[in-house]
Ligand binder design. Structure first.
Ligand SMILES: [Mg+2]
Length: 327
């Protein structure tokens, strides 16, 4: 018989995080702990309002599965028991972690993936005035970050991007509009991005308006984030996006995320690995996807005033995987 604990946590940010949909001052996560014969597994997820999730809903979804979890629900059975989302993610990651600790293998060994020692991660410049965004980009660059993810909404696109490019002429820039742009005018904006050597544009249009990207010739790759959750999302993205942003919270866990990465690669999509505002616990769970990702965007914990554990460190634009994280 397993013991299962579920609880929410709030982690204050050191700086407000601003994207097209709004501003955040704390990361609110849900944690699942599963214990079996003295061995524990922990999983974390971030409920996301954009996908109809609240902390209360996610806690309730987990509570409905408690009897089955206590009686030994497997990861395979879990995939059918809950829809993709934060609740399934927290449980899935707890079950992976439990298996890691029970079998005394690493998450890489268990998932059949290769462990890198470190990986370059994007660091986010959140929305502000052009001057403030340029100085934030410069500060990140001076601190060693080489890949910057620029959050934009529907205004001051040229001003913001030109100020940032002038401040960090050599940085690799990717742009995330978080669904805030319209099809009309998109071509001119894509050209502006290409002229400023931006290397990728993430989710310019609202999910559901992907059809506007069909037969749309664009000079830089476009990546689906809000439009891509699981393998079921892929057929409608074909011919519209070149890349998909995989996040454990959207996929409903590492199990589906690994399957999604494999299916996406087979269909010719490049993969980006992303995260929500979260602690290092959530980053650690996603690490097996790193070898498949062209871009890793795992800076969630760098926004926290204090992080949960030191095993994963993000410094100088890199996720450093210490020996203890491999356990
Ligand atoms: Mg995004």
């Amino acid at each position: 018989m397993r013991t299962v604990k579920t609880y929410p946590e709030a982690w204050p940010l050191h700086t407000p995080f601003v994207i097209a949909r709004g501003s955040r001052t704390e990361a609110r996560v849900v944690v699942v702990e599963v214990e079996e014969a003295g061995v524990k597994g922990t999983g974390e997820a971030t409920p996301y309002a954009r996908y109809g999730e609240s902390e209360a809903l996610v806690l309730k979804q987990i509570a409905t599965l408690l009897p089955q979890l206590q009686q030994g629900l497997t990861r395979e059975a879990l995939q059918q028991a809950l829809p993709p989302g934060a609740a399934r993610n927290a449980i899935d990651c707890a079950l992976w972690d439990l298996a890691v600790n029970q079998q005394q293998q690493t998450l890489w060994q268990l998932s059949g993936t290769a462990m890198p020692s470190s990986v370059v991660t994007a660091q986010t410049v959140s929305i502000d005035t052009p001057e403030a965004m340029a100085s934030s980009a410069l500060a990140l660059w001076q601190n060693g970050a080489t890949l910057l993810k620029i959050k934009l909404d529907n205004s001051y696109i040229t001003e913001r991007l030109m100020a940032i490019r002038a401040a960090v002429p050599e940085a690799t820039l990717i742009v995330d509009a978080n669904e805030s742009w319209q099809a009309e005018g998109l071509a001119a904006r894509c050209q502006l991005l290409a002229d400023l050597q931006v290397t990728m544009l993430e989710q310019p249009l609202a999910a559901g308006e992907d059809a506007a990207l069909a037969n749309f010739i664009h000079p830089l790759p476009i990546c689906a984030d809000e439009s891509c959750h699981t393998r079921d999302s892929l057929p409608s993205l074909r011919g519209r996006y070149e890349m998909v942003n995989i996040k454990l919270d959207k996929a409903g866990g590492l199990t589906e995320a690994l399957a999604l990465a494999e299916a996406a690669a087979k269909m010719g999509f490049e993969v980006m690995l992303g995260c929500m505002l979260c602690t290092s616990r959530a980053i650690r769970a996603a690490l097996p996807l790193i070898p498949q990702a062209r871009y890793a965007d795992l800076d969630g914990p760098t926004w926290l005033a204090v992080d949960v554990e030191p095993a994963i460190e993000v410094q100088s634009g890199k996720v450093i995987i210490t020996a203890s994280a491999a356990d």
